[in-house]
Design a protein around this ligand. Sequence first.
Ligand code: NI
Length: 204
Amino acid sequence: MVKRLAIALALLLATLLVLLLYLPEMRPQPPVSMASGAVAIGGPFTLVDAKGETVTDANLKGRYSLIYFGFTNCPDICPLALQTMTQALEAAGPAADGVQPVFISVDPERDTADALAGYIANFHPRFLALTGTVEQAREAAKSYKVYAAKAPVKDADGKETGDYTVNHTGYIYLMDRDGKYLAHFPSEAKADEITAAIRQLPHG
Ligand code: NI
């Protein structure tokens, strides 16, 4: 009897152990690097700016950056996020001088350097707008754990129009001077929240 109980108990413990070990793997994981405890957002990229000049992650170092991934044909969410970033920087006063706003395209096929130049002029004058080849844009999105996928636009009858939109992650990332993740805000965040975060950064 005791032996049977012991076996049952051992089985139960083994089951619990398996559940403990493997269940977390089955859940969607936040992009946390277990080794350092730091959030693994940010990393290498090579893109071009609105003038066609090459810009890499190294160019962002030495300053804070406020980064948003989107595309110029986005009807509402992207312009709202870029407007919010603009307002947040304007409201932060001198503290904003140490922060580089960055827009990275998830639609490099349509977002040429010229297209970016026209578009980004609607927002903060210091915005760095970046695009590249499809592969370069994909690498940049991957570094920031940004999901982006083309989706065909359909008409009222459900027929594909030949046009496409891009479904994408819409976080605004605040990165430190080494290009490491500090915080993120949803695309619909209030400018005040971002302004407060910028003011709290160690400056100087
Ligand atoms: Ni968008």
